[in-house]
Design a protein around this ligand. Structure first.
Ligand code: SAH
Length: 255
């Protein structure tokens, strides 16, 4: 059996969003390094860098030193073709709920092509709707239903361990079925969709309400390919041009 490819682990980002306790950041880094993961992304951490983070990281302070600190989750997901939110709750809002082994297979398959991400929420509030809307799936650790909330770094350890077991167990991965659009390409599509729907007067300017969230959910249920995003944006541009033509014709008539 050939050795598993280290590049796959290097393409997996562990994203901690709005972490309150710096000790958890250090403990998460340790959880990652023990399992061979190295790419730590911190979105708007309350306190970082910090001596408590360093103390809990022990021999993994190199991961803290190399961590990427971002202002927004969208920034942390730039370039990633797959983002999975890790949450004990919130099954309501996402169609696809994966177990840690299923999530590991998905991430490693996609990591052959480029960066992918696992997103962990804040210690008290977990992942927000907005954060989940940037993810294409949800991972839940089946825990005691009477007390299912793991410590943040413990959750990172469970997922990192599953990823390592999956990585060790497969020398060859099937190629992903589609060339998926990256998170930022999909975000630009949503921006274009919202602008076009407003221009077509399908959506009230300034108050897109729940419609955009519903449309995001619709598209999140499928994996959009790069080519499909381009087709959809082409359709939007054609509709915008038709609308502009109609407005010009109406204005000419009024003159
Ligand atoms: N009170 C929060 C829990 C946050 S625990 C809530 O109810 O959402 C901090 C983070 O650890 C969570 O955002 C999630 O990413 C992860 N986590 C904790 N327990 C988990 C579980 N059982 N399954 C999946 N993720 C879990």
């Amino acid at each position: 059996m050939t050795q598993p490819d280290p590049k796959l682990l290097a393409n997996i980002r562990i994203v901690l969003s709005r972490t309150s306790h710096p000790g958890n950041i250090g403990a998460a880094a340790r959880a990652m390094k023990t399992m061979g993961l190295s790419r730590l992304y911190l979105v708007d951490p309350a306190v970082f860098p910090n001596s408590q983070a360093d103390a809990m990281a022990a021999g993994s302070t190199d991961l803290l030193a190399q961590a990427t600190v971002c202002a927004t989750l969208a920034e942390a997901l730039a370039g990633a073709t797959l983002a999975l939110g890790v949450s004990a709750r919130r099954r309501d809002i996402m169609a696809e709920v994966l177990t840690p082994p299923e999530a590991s297979i998905r991430l490693l398959t996609e990591a052959q092509i480029g960066p992918v991400a696992l997103v962990f929420g804040n210690e008290t509030s977990g992942l927000s709707n907005e954060e989940l809307s940037l993810c294409q799936g949800l991972v839940t650790i089946a825990a005691n239903p009477d007390y299912s909330s793991l410590n943040l770094a413990a959750a990172v350890q469970v997922l990192s361990h599953e990823i390592r077991q999956a990585w060790l167990g497969h020398a060859n991965w099937p190629q992903p079925e589609i060339e998926a659009a990256t998170g930022d390409e999909v975000e630009r599509f949503y921006g274009h969709l919202e602008a076009a729907l407003a221009e077509l007067e399908f959506l009230n300017h300034g108050s897109p309400g729940k419609l955009m969230l519903k449309l995001r959910r619709l598209f999140a249920r499928t994996r959009l390919a790069k080519e499909e995003v381009n087709i959809l944006r082409g359709i939007l541009t054609a509709a915008q041009e038709a609308k502009r033509g109609a407005v010009r014709a109406r204005n000419r008539e009024a003159e």
